[in-house]
Design a protein. Sequence first.
Length: 130
Amino acid sequence: MTSNDSLARLSAVIESRKAANGGDPDTSYVARLLHKGSDAFLKKVGEEATEVVLAAKDADYGGDPQKIVNEVADLWFHTLITLAHYNLTPAQVIAELERREGTSGIEEKALRKVLAREQLEATSNAGASA
């Protein structure tokens, strides 16, 4: 069993908790978060990300590194809920990571800045010619 399989299985469970698939907010935590809307699950993503940072900082000073694993699991879980809400999959994220494989992070960031600048210029030029 690979981690991709685990992510796919968990993603399928989350997908099954959507209202359109019969998810019940009274009996399912995932269905409840999805029912409440993006503010609810995005707030959880932010909280869990902060908890990852705090666990890592604690580990720097002798805290239990397992807490980092636990908090990252919570973060990934809530991120999977976010993906499901937007009809995205873990496979798409993995494909994006694979696409970036072998690319320098510095180069990737610089390319994104160039593309964003070009898009802004194109938008500005389109507005000027209208």
